[in-house]
Design a protein around this ligand. Structure first.
Ligand SMILES: O=C(O)CCC(=O)C1=CC=C[C@@H](O)[C@@H]1C(=O)O
Ligand SMILES: [Mg+2]
Length: 320
């Protein structure tokens, strides 16, 4: 990673190649086999069946993702992205509410100056707040985003579905559920409890494009497709999903390629004028360029030494 993100400084994973093309499996290091096996299922589905899923749009509007960085750097990242929407990470171990406010204000001011009424700012707290902290923080950050008319939404302010529902009743800002969808035994509880206005869906943690598409159709609330800090291969699967959804009212969180220090393809998936192109994603998934021999031996040795082979074996056992 170029910048520490949600505590993550390094991404590791495996790529599968089959008659369907490329698939990516890179579960976060702390995920156990029961959760990680969904990422393997996702990669295997892409590599075997392929992701030739009918699309209803060719371009996906995306948000720029702003890690916990200083306000000036955040504004410059937002402006140079050309995206009209920014997602600002907040409530990180290393940030205070004051520094979150400064970052949100700086990004909102920069995007409003650049895109006027079309500019949007959303925040993501990764469940770090309790109920009262969430209400207080969302209220202050909503004010800090005054230049764009307040926050577009607040993603996963608290951990539990009950707390999300409670906070949602206290604030005017829409609430998005992320971890309550992708790390839950029952993603429908969010809807039943009226805990969120929209759902963030991610391909790999949900078992692949087809499973995520089915979930999106059954959730009955709007969805945003977001990345799991993937390489261009995982991001491309996200683009295929976003392109296939009947309704896509929000910009997607798929422009995270710039957060990685390196990628696995020569021409990584990057947005242009705030959109990602489905054609580019399909080309990456079908690319011949990437072969085992291109992976340097150092990386392969590290994968072996880090226990990843055993990790994949346990994912396979969980799949069976
Ligand atoms: O949504 C985005 O703009 C980018 C992706 C992103 O923020 C995340 C990707 C993967 C894990 C995360 O902690 C984080 C998220 O919580 O949404
Ligand atoms: Mg999130």
């Amino acid at each position: 990673m170029v910048t520490r993100f949600r505590g993550v400084t390094r991404r590791r994973g495996i790529l599968l190649h089959g008659q369907g093309g490329w698939g990516e499996c890179a579960p976060f290091e702390e995920y156990g086999p029961d959760e990680a096996c969904l990422w393997l299922r996702s990669a295997a589905d892409a590599a075997t069946s392929g992701l030739n899923i009918p699309a209803v749009r060719a371009e996906i509007p995306v948000n720029v993702t702003i890690p916990v960085i200083d306000p000036e750097a955040a504004a410059s990242r937002a402006s140079s992205s050309r995206c009209r929407t920014a997602k600002v990470k907040v409530a990180d171990q290393n940030s205070s509410l004051e520094s979150d406010e400064a970052r949100v204000r700086s990004v909102a001011d920069a995007l409003a100056a650049e895109h006027g009424d079309a500019a949007r700012v959303r925040i993501d707290a990764n469940g770090a707040w309790d109920r009262d902290q969430a209400v207080a923080a969302i209220t202050r950050l909503n004010q800090a985003a005054g230049a764009v008319g307040g926050l577009e939404y607040a993603e996963q302010p608290c951990q539990s579905v009950d707390d999300l529902a409670w906070v949602r009743r206290q604030v005017d800002v829409p609430i998005a559920a992320d971890e309550s969808i992708r790390r839950s035994d029952d993603p429908f509880r969010v809807v039943q409890a009226e805990a969120a206005d929209l759902a963030v869906i991610k391909v790999a943690p949900l078992g692949g494009v087809r499973m995520a598409l089915e979930l999106a159709q059954r959730l009955e609330i709007p969805v945003v497709v977001s990345s799991a800090l993937d390489t261009s291969i995982g991001l491309s699967a996200g683009v295929v999903l976003a392109a296939s959804l009947p309704d896509l009212p929000y910009a997607c969180g798929l422009d995270t390629g710039t957060l990685l220090g390196a990628d696995v393809v020569d021409e990584p998936l990057r947005s242009s004028q705030g959109v990602l192109a489905l054609d580019s994603a399909r080309a990456i998934l079908q690319s011949d360029a990437l072969r085992e021999s291109d992976v340097d031996s150092e990386a392969r040795k590290e994968l072996r030494d880090s226990g990843w082979i055993e990790r994949v074996e346990s994912m396979i056992e969980n799949l069976a």
